[in-house]
Design a protein around this ligand. Sequence first.
Ligand SMILES: Cc1cc2nc3c(=O)[nH]c(=O)nc-3n(C[C@H](O)[C@H](O)[C@H](O)COP(=O)(O)OP(=O)(O)OC[C@H]3O[C@@H](n4cnc5c(N)ncnc54)[C@H](O)[C@@H]3O)c2cc1C
Length: 309
Amino acid sequence: MEKVVIIGTGCAGLTAALYTARANLKPLVLTGTLPGGLLTTTSIVENYPGFPEGIDGSELMNRMQKQAERFGARVKFGTVEAADLSRQPFVLSVDGEKVETETLIIASGASHRHLGLESEHKLECKGVTFCATCDGALPMFRNMPLVVVGGGDSACEEAMYLTRFGSVVYLVHRRDTLRASKIMAQRTLAHEKVKPVWDSVVTEVLDVKQDQVTGVRLKNLRTQKESVLACAGVFVAIGHIPNTQLFKGIIDMDENGYIIPSKRTMTNIPGVFVAGDCSDHVYRQAVTAAGLGCAAAIDVERYLAARNE
Ligand SMILES: Cc1cc2nc3c(=O)[nH]c(=O)nc-3n(C[C@H](O)[C@H](O)[C@H](O)COP(=O)(O)OP(=O)(O)OC[C@H]3O[C@@H](n4cnc5c(N)ncnc54)[C@H](O)[C@@H]3O)c2cc1C
């Protein structure tokens, strides 16, 4: 029987692993299908403290894993397919095998909603990105026209942030009004660098042949007319899907599937904790995920200590 199982090896999971390992809890850490988490899908990370020159995303995650393993964390390739949290110990089904555990940290992250275009996929990290805070300051986007796709608060935030770097920021939205909160929408549309492109969808990111983003092909949904807009970056901001479907109806979550902790990092089920982007739709950064992983680990340690008193 495990003392603690951690679902996920992103920044949240591996930081929780480091702390629980140093507390002698010998955590079992399950990778899921994306070992190292979302950060492995990016090249350079420039805002993780301690790396003044920036660091490659995969390299950072390798280092985090090694650091946790050094203190006894056991990282195992495996995906949790089902979880029985109705009694203690909890029982997880991991690739068909049963794993029993006293406590659980869910650090399963959130996936970005994609446009679903082949060109979007092919040009990811070559001008197509899903995070302005992460990538907006990269040299390739400086003083260049940029496109943000979306119409909610996140899209507005991304657009506003990008006005610091881009020459102009086109906000492409499928409707003729923004879905964002009124104040956010007003502020965004009032910015001199933001140019809305209404009633339009991106049908292709250009140019796969050149292996870099040079523009987008747009379709106006009212007129059905196609056009091309030149840009150096496409920031897709059409929402996230937290990887929490397994726990629907069992663990408290909001209408979008983000887990809502009851007390600090503990969920409504005593012994089950949460960390990182699967419970945070506000900050979504490596360093905040790591911070929450640390908090969850400390909460687990205290929970187990109190139980064994
Ligand atoms: C392209 C890109 C660039 C980014 N750049 C930056 C940046 O420069 N700076 C920054 O601060 N942030 C950046 N981010 C955001 C950052 O990656 C996330 O905030 C961070 O990874 C969240 O960490 P996490 O541990 O919560 O989740 P994730 O990193 O998403 O990790 C989730 C983990 O859970 C696992 N998992 C999911 N379901 C299961 C399951 N059922 N069983 C077992 N395991 C499971 C996954 O395999 C994965 O290992 C970027 C994101 C993207 C997509």
